[in-house]
Design a protein around this ligand. Structure first.
Ligand code: GLN
Ligand code: ZN
Length: 765
């Protein structure tokens, strides 16, 4: 009998119930008791969904109030002293690490949070001390939740973040210099203690996640697996059997580590991302080890292609026999929305193409039945094949006009007419730009009034004319403020945009939108990515109306504002039936038309934002990364190179670590880059001189994420520091990101100081 398994289930609930409960608790609207009860209700509901679907191996401890890595920080008593010294309740201490705590005389900032591999989920970084110790928390969460499920009659397999990944994903606290992996000896005994407690509670097997196995690892980290897993194996039957799980990549380059898991029950690998690792992995397994075959995608929303999965499963069964193969999700389903059943507005044909978490758990169960007894699920297999066929043949998926256009893309279309020096000479005249030009990144405050009017318009309470008039009034106001401030390149303020990707998706052919398909991004924050279902094209201009109006009432150059092709792709659920490079090029062509239309309508500065460029970088260096950079850069160039030399192309990035892919940033050939540098070391700008970067840069002179208005002197100081690394004629003065989350008085205060500081330097040079 082939078993089915799920590596983790989304925590939020059907209606983002956990988000609501957490936020109500933070706002003192519900008690801790209420929050705990709600969490218990959600855990039970999610186990039940999997049990009803017929899943054999159901995970526990995949639930987290905020983040599962943060859970482990508390589980191992690795909480920095600045939190423990506050004497908060364990739950409040936990939230203090996740999101900071400013209440009742306590004021501690959050721990650092970073992206989880190449997903849009963020984890809290274990933050470790030179004299770090570990011990097992009282009433350990994995044991508690295992028993909770057991009491409900559900035998689960607890999920833990493995000791090597926990340390390798951590960092030394400020003021410490410890290399986290050197703490392994101290940490492993705590795992052993935990595993013994799980066994005593009745757990027969545990899933230990070691996702760092997909990275290129340092020799120290590589060497850590053996002692860690041998110490666990040495406990024999005093601990549950262990399945080591990896995901989001292949592990072939780390095969030399596998002997460390010789005593493990088995290994889980991601066969959605890297199906080609199946054959080599099969050869590596020990004589009795099982393979957990991750064939149902935990990162996307498409219905599983049963035929493709069955091929992989059959290959595995042929090599190992049915007892040694488990059908599994590729990773935790954390990265997928809760259930497709909530979607009432999707086109009927498209609805049939998707599977969210609650549907994916059924898919693993069906696949396991299909390989266990042929013929047992024929109806399901046929329905699946029909859905695959319908999608492949749908006119939504295939637009011959788009394909035709893509086949005609030329190399020349990627390049501006001449080099930067010549372009800039024309732009300077055309736009009458001073030295140290000032500008902003695009959005101005999204006031509650804007949200109210947008809502009314969506609900049909006001008509298009009324809504347009309102937007015009907002644009007028933004321009009046920019006049008063004396900025040099204006923006219209983006009052009409709900979200920088959704706004464009809604105006493009090839996208669909959901109403409830939320995915956790961090803590209680969820995102609802639009879905690319077919070939993308732009039926009519998307932003020209607002930008043209803004330019018509403005005395200074108006900057048009677009979201770049890579960011549109990365912040959507992409298609899986064509390569991402193809989708990105389609987006680029649509945006190219928009850029050209903006220029035709008198917009001679155009900013194409690409904040997601960096997060798309494949996890390992090498050919895959090079290929990504090539198509990503080409898409940006294709989108922007259709204009005259006198038109200025800007791009924006919300970070300033360009060291490891500087050549790609330079290859974009944008006339002006605005980047985040207000919270980073100005030294990061050194790469621009080291590489003799010829074009212009606005490194972001203040942090827009904080309501704080910096003094004029701080702006001067920051600009002075930047001038150590950048030539005066190449420096632009701007905030480090859009201002949509700020209040108008904060914006006015900060920009007044910013413009004054720019004027001061203009006089010096
Ligand atoms: N133009 C966008 C804005 O100003 C850029 C946002 C971003 O970089 N994330 O809001
Ligand atoms: Zn930004």
């Amino acid at each position: 009998m082939v078993q089915s398994s799920v590596l983790g289930f989304p925590r939020m609930g059907v209606l983002r119930d956990l988000k609501k409960a957490n936020e109500a608790y933070w706002a003192d609207k519900i008690s801790q008791q209420d929050l705990l009860a709600e969490a218990k209700r959600l855990r039970l509901a999610h186990w039940k969904i999997q049990q009803d679907a017929g899943v054999d191996i159901i995970p526990s401890n995949d639930f987290a109030f905020y983040d599962h890595v943060l859970d482990h920080i508390q589980l191992f008593n690795a909480v920095p002293e600045r939190y423990t010294s506050q004497k908060l309740s364990p739950l409040d201490e936990y939230f203090a690490m996740g999101r900071g705590h400013q209440k009742g005389g306590v004021d501690v900032p959050a721990l650092e949070m970073v992206k989880w591999f190449d997903s849009n989920y963020h984890y809290v970084k274990p933050t470790l001390q030179d004299n770090q110790t570990f011990s097992l928390a009282k009433d350990p969460k994995p044991v508690r939740e295992f028993l909770e499920a057991k009491e409900a009659g559900i035998q689960t397999r607890p999920v833990l973040v493995g000791p090597v990944s926990f340390l390798a994903l951590g960092k030394a606290d400020r003021g410490s210099s410890v290399n986290p992996i050197t703490l392994l000896d101290k940490l492993v005994p705590v795992y052993v203690e935990l595993l013994k407690a799980l066994k005593a509670a009745g757990a027969e097997s545990v899933q230990i996640d070691e996702p760092v196995l997909v990275f290129d690892l340092s020799p120290e980290v590589k060497a850590a697996f053996k002692p860690a897993y041998e110490a666990i194996a040495a406990q024999g039957s005093a601990v549950p059997s262990v399945v080591v799980a990896t995901y989001f990549g292949d592990i072939v380059h780390n095969f030399d580590i596998l002997p460390a898991f010789a005593k493990a029950q088995g290994l889980h690998v991601d066969l959605v991302r890297n199906p080609e690792q199946l054959e080599p992995v099969l050869k590596q397994l020990g004589a009795n080890q099982i393979l957990s075959a991750g064939v149902v995608d935990g990162r996307n929303i498409w219905k599983n292609d049963f035929k493709k999965s069955l091929d992989l499963l059959q290959t595995a069964i042929k090599a190992l026999g049915p007892e040694r193969v488990i059908v599994a999700t590729s990773s935790s389903l954390l990265h997928t929305p809760h259930t497709l059943a909530s979607e009432k507005k999707l086109p009927a044909d498209v609805y049939e193409w998707f599977s969210f978490a609650s549907e994916k758990v059924k898919e693993v169960a069906i696949l396991a039945k299909a390989v266990t007894s042929a013929g047992s699920v024929n109806a399901e297999l046929e329905a699946n094949a029909a859905a695959m066929k319908a999608r492949a043949e749908s006119t939504r998926t295939n637009d011959p006009k788009v394909k035709e256009r893509q086949s005609q893309v030329t190399e020349a279309q990627h390049n501006r007419k001449t080099e930067f020096d010549n372009r800039y000479a024309q732009q300077k005249k055309h736009l009458s730009l001073p030295l140290f030009p000032t500008t902003t990144i695009g959005s101005f405050p999204q006031t509650s009034e804007i949200r109210v009017q947008r809502n009314k318009f969506t609900k049909g309470e006001i008509d298009e004319q009324q809504y347009d008039d309102f937007i015009k009034k907002e644009i007028d106001y933004a321009i009046q403020i920019q006049d008063e401030l004396g900025l040099d390149v204006y923006v219209h303020g983006e009052p009409e945009r709900n979200d920088m990707v959704q706004y464009f998706g809604e105006r493009l052919q090839g996208y669909v939108f959901t109403t409830h398909a939320w995915v956790q991004s961090y803590g209680s924050r969820c995102v609802r990515p639009p879905i690319i279902v077919g070939d993308i094209s732009r039926p009519v201009p998307m932003t020209v109306k607002e930008s043209k109006y803004a330019a018509s009432v403005s005395k200074k150059p108006m900057k048009g504002m677009l979201t770049g092709p890579v960011t549109c792709l990365r912040w959507s659920f992409p298609r899986v039936d064509v390569h991402q490079s193809v989708q990105c090029q389609q987006l680029a062509l649509a945006l190219r038309d928009e850029v050209v239309d903006l220029e035709k309508n008198g917009i001679f500065v155009i900013q194409v934002d690409e904040p997601a460029l960096r997060e798309g970088l494949p996890l390992r260096k090498g050919s895959e990364r090079d290929a990504y950079l090539k198509w990503a850069v080409n898409s940006f160039k294709l989108a922007t190179a259709g204009v005259e030399d006198s038109t200025q192309i800007h791009s924006h990035f919300c970070y300033s670590e360009f060291q490891d892919f500087f050549h790609a940033i330079a290859a974009l050939d944008a006339d002006v880059l605005s980047i985040e540098n207000s919270k980073s070391d100005a030294k990061l700008l050194k790469v621009f001189i080291d590489e003799a970067y010829p074009r212009h840069i606005g490194p972001g002179v203040y942090d827009i994420h904080s309501p704080r208005v910096p003094a004029e002197a701080e702006f001067k100081q920051r600009i002075q520091e930047m001038l150590e690394y950048l030539r005066p004629e190449q420096l632009w003065i701007n905030p480090d990101c859009g201002l949509k989350t700020r209040k108008w008085d904060e914006v006015k205060g900060a920009l007044t100081h910013m413009v004054n500081a720019a004027k001061y330097f203009r006089e010096q040079y």
